[in-house]
Structure formats: structure tokens, C-alpha cells
Design a protein around this ligand. Structure first.
Ligand SMILES: [Zn+2]
Length: 383
């Protein structure tokens, strides 16, 4: 991975190169940000730059033996630890799959991709990794340079394994920690304080727009705008939205059917209810990644609705505009907040391979009540 392979993040790339070339390189680096901002990719490019034998002031060479080994995740002095799926399962077992994913997706992937690839659930960095990580730092480097331990999704460490982070307090010379996290919320302050933290910024719309136009030359402005709004600077979200648009049965249409079903709940027109239940069952029968996207799109619709209520403008796709106009006249902000809370509740438990129909029907009925002012007020009165 070279810096040049990664979208944007120019300021951070420059800063990392400066640090790599300084005589006092910090021994622990933490890269923080959504994976769609390029967080893992930047961390890997940094490691490659450190090892490169022919680096210049902008990037590693990509050609020397060190670059080749680091770039294919085959360097004997660079160790990778990441979340696995089963108790006592070591990263080592899954390294071929991790290598493939880094290579195919240019390190732009997140835990959803990782779970989907393996059709698994229950992600954690297991306690059994402790000894592996200690070994990394207790042995001499094989090629005479740095010994590097990369930990992807460090916030997913099981409790016990936090012990190994004690090494951060007494680093060996020439050993480097490269920690990669989506957020620092669950990381101990004592760990954070010992790391040089690099925060990745979300991509600018202009950057993402160029990127999408390269993948989809000639894409219309009408199609591009909602992608950028949905993605909110996240490359992975942009790609997912783009993929979805190309499907005949797009998630946007499913979201619209779902929303149509919540209309006029108190009068209970059977056509609407049927459509709602059918849609809920349809989503419940899809794979986990579809369900997550559906929930993201649904949540996004309600965020757009809040904006629309106050500004009467929206960057949403044309087929969303009518729904925005309709719901904007029907619901108040407190109802929207309630709807989003209900969506978030389901979102936070999507750790099973696929959610059952119970969750989606229950969500459907809650949204019905949330979208009707009368039902909403009754519901809250008795809460
Ligand atoms: Zn090189």
C-alpha cells in the first residue's frame, strides 16, 4: 500500500512522512476514523513507508523487496492482529483471507465486509492473541529493522488482552505499535495517552465526487448528489450506495415501500398495512449486509426529513422528494427523533448473521405509531 493509492488525507500523509523521517519516531501510533475515510489504508501505507529502501519525500517506492513484502502483508517483522469470529481463534488462521481483502479492496473495508466475507458474527480480538503479541516484541527482528505489531479494530480487544498494552509503557527499541480504530470511545485513557494519535478526516465531497466519476464515468448530477449526502465523506458508504442504485430492486425502493406502509396508521387501510408487512418480511429474509444497509437508508431518510422540514430543500433522489414533502407536512421533529431512536435500537443489536422477522415487523409497527401524531402522543403519554 502506497500513500498514492489512498484517496485524499493529504495533510496527514505529509505529517506521517515527516514523522517517519525524523530521528525521534514515536513507538506507538493510533490511527482513528471510519474505515471509509481510509484509516486502515493510511496505517498500512505508513508501515510500508517506514520499511521502504528507496523512499522519496512523498511516498514509498512500491518496488523494492521491503515494499513488496510489506505491501503483500508478507513481511516477517510485521505482525497483524484483528478481530476473529470464534473463541480462541487466532488472527494467524485468517491471515490469508485478511491479505486478500486488503489486496482486493485496497484496504478500504470495515467490519461489516469482514463479517459478510466469512458469513460470521461475534467479532472480537481474542485473549489467545496475548502470547502472539508478546512474542512479536520479545524476539529479535528477522531482517534487522523494526518489529511492528499492527492491530486493526483495537477497540474490539477482549478485556484481558488489554494487559499487553502495558508494553506501551516500556517499549523495546525498534518496536512499533500501529493501532487502528474506528473510535476511541472504548479505549482506555492510559493507552490513548501513550499513543501518537492520527485522526482521519472525512473525505471532502469534491474528492469523493471525482472518485465516483472514475468508477462510473458520466454519472448524472442527480445520481451523484444523493450518494454524496448519504456517504457523508465515507468512501465505503459511497460505494455501497452506488452498488445499490445499480440493483433493480434497490434499497431506496424498499425504504419507500416501508414508509408508504406507515401512512395513515390510525385508519388502518389494509393496502398500506399489507405493503408494510410484506416489506418487513422481505427485509427480514435478506442477508445481514442488506439489512444493515436498509437500516442505514431508513435512518438517512429521517435525517433528510429533519433538514427538509426546516429548509424545504433536499439533495435526495427524485423518488425520495415526494416522500419528504408528504412526511414533512405530517410529522413533527419529536416523532422523527423517536423513529430514529427505534431504528438505532435495532441497529445496535445487528450482531446476529441476519435479524429475524420479529425485529422488522416490530420496527414497522413502532414507526407506524411514530408517524401518526395521534398515536405518537398516546404512546408517549403512557410511557
Ligand atoms: Zn520501497
Amino acid at each position: 500500500m502506497q500513500f498514492n493509492d489512498i484517496l485524499g488525507q493529504d495533510v496527514l500523509k505529509k505529517e506521517l512522512i515527516k514523522q517517519a523521517n525524523s530521528s525521534r519516531l514515536h513507538h506507538a501510533h493510533m490511527f482513528v476514523g471510519k474505515m471509509g475515510f481510509g484509516t486502515l489504508a493510511v496505517a498500512l501505507a505508513f508501515v510500508q513507508y517506514l520499511f521502504c529502501e528507496n523512499k522519496n519525500e512523498n511516498d514509498s517506492c512500491g518496488e523494492c523487496p521491503q515494499c513488496k513484502k510489506v505491501g503483500t502483508l508478507n513481511h516477517p517483522d510485521v505482525h497483524y492482529t484483528f478481530p476473529t469470529f470464534k473463541d480462541k481463534q487466532k488472527s494467524e488462521e485468517l491471515i490469508p483471507s485478511f491479505r486478500n481483502m486488503v489486496s482486493e479492496k485496497k484496504a478500504i473495508f470495515d467490519t461489516n465486509d469482514w463479517l459478510s466475507e466469512h458469513k460470521e458474527k461475534n467479532l472480537k480480538i481474542r485473549n489467545v492473541e496475548i502470547q502472539e503479541i508478546l512474542n512479536t516484541f520479545n524476539t529479535y527482528s528477522l531482517e534487522g529493522g523494526f518489529r511492528v505489531q499492527v492491530i486493526w479494530m483495537v477497540e474490539m480487544l477482549e478485556k484481558e488482552i488489554n494487559k499487553i498494552l502495558k508494553i506501551l509503557e516500556e517499549p523495546n527499541p525498534d518496536s512499533l505499535f500501529i493501532l487502528v480504530a474506528q473510535s476511541t470511545d472504548f479505549i482506555l485513557p492510559t493507552v490513548l495517552s501513550r499513543c501518537n494519535i492520527h485522526k482521519l478526516k472525512k473525505h471532502q465531497n469534491e474528492t469523493l465526487s471525482h472518485y465516483i466519476q472514475e468508477i462510473e464515468p458520466g454519472i448524472s448530477e442527480n445520481k451523484l448528489r444523493p450518494i454524496l449526502t448519504f456517504a457523508d465523506g465515507d468512501q465505503i458508504a459511497a460505494l455501497r450506495y452506488l452498488d445499490d442504485m445499480e440493483q433493480e430492486d434497490s434499497i431506496e425502493n424498499t425504504v419507500l415501500s416501508f414508509l408508504r406502509g406507515t401512512v395513515n396508521f390510525e385508519k388502518r387501510p389494509s393496502k398500506n398495512i399489507n405493503e408494510l408487512i410484506e416489506t418487513a418480511l422481505f427485509v427480514a429474509n435478506q442477508k445481514r449486509e442488506y439489512q444493515i444497509l436498509f437500516l442505514e437508508h431508513l435512518n438517512h431518510f429521517f435525517s433528510e426529513l429533519v433538514v427538509f422540514k426546516f429548509t424545504q430543500t433536499s439533495t435526495a433522489q427524485e423518488n425520495y422528494q415526494k416522500a419528504l414533502q408528504y412526511f414533512s407536512a405530517q410529522v413533527e421533529v419529536d416523532q422523527i427523533e423517536f423513529a430514529q431512536q427505534e431504528i438505532d435500537k435495532i441497529y445496535s443489536i445487528v450482531d446476529t448473521p441476519a435479524l429475524s422477522k420479529f425485529y422488522f415487523i416490530s420496527l414497522a409497527l413502532k414507526l407506524c405509531k411514530a408517524m401518526s401524531r395521534k398515536e405518537f402522543l398516546i404512546h408517549h403519554k403512557y410511557l
